[in-house]
Design a binder for this molecule. Structure first.
Ligand SMILES: [Zn+2]
Length: 222
């Protein structure tokens, strides 16, 4: 972390906090503090620095602690914000048909590539493709206009619902108040191998695709 934060001289004023893809960006009076929580990181607000915090920031109303017991999360200071990310998934998606048409990669791998579209991880890719009724192995450029339309709708619906439920917690994810998310109870295929598909009753399958566990209904997703 010392190297990641090289060049940061405190105190600094936080002007704005925003999200870009999976990154949480603190825009400072000069430069940016960029967090990626990955599987296990937490940003917790409290009256004092949290036990084991890797970084604690004095903020209005207390302390914001960066906690990560498995050290998978990252924080870095950067004078410029140069994240190489594709467009946001909740913005305009009129570019989607053209971009998919230029790729032969499996549609799930395409969705996970942050340079194509920013912010979709393994859980939500599985849920989006189930919602759209698309087999995760299909080449991106094989999707029909109707399927691309369904995919765009599913991206918006799944992510909007997950945000409304404050995310998905399997183990470590917490919101800044320390509360787990609520979307894990609404997952329809992710980590449900062998369980009946909520739409047709067929057993959910798990395969490896691009090195990631991939869950889908072999009947509903074509
Ligand atoms: Zn099904």
């Amino acid at each position: 972390m010392g190297r990641a934060l090289a060049g940061l001289r405190l105190p600094r004023e936080v002007r704005e906090v925003r999200r870009r893809g999976k990154y949480i960006v603190f825009a400072l009076d000069r430069g940016f503090l960029v967090f990626h929580l990955r599987m296990t990181g937490q940003l917790l607000l409290g009256d004092a620095p949290a036990d084991g915090a890797r970084l604690a920031l004095r903020v209005d109303g207390g302390w914001l602690s960066f906690v990560d017991r498995r050290r998978l999360a990252t924080v870095a200071y950067s004078p410029e914000l140069d994240l190489e990310l594709g467009p946001e998934p909740l913005g305009d998606l009129s570019w989607l048909p053209g971009a998919l048409g230029r790729s032969k990669r499996p549609i799930k791998a395409w969705l996970l590539d942050q340079k194509n579209i920013a912010g979709i991880g393994n859980i939500y890719a599985a849920e989006i493709l189930f919602s759209a009724g698309i087999d995760p192995r299909r080449p991106a450029n094989s999707l029909t206009p109707d399927e691309v339309e369904r995919l765009g709708v599913a991206i918006r619906e799944v992510l909007t619902e997950a945000i409304a439920y404050r995310g998905t917690t399997f183990s470590d994810y917490r919101d800044p108040a320390g509360n787990p998310g609520g979307f894990q109870g609404l997952l329809r295929v992710y980590q449900r191998a062998g369980e009946p598909c909520p739409r047709c009753g067929t057993a959910i399958e798990r395969i490896e695709l691009g090195g990631r566990g991939t869950y889908f209904c072999p009947r509903c997703q074509r």
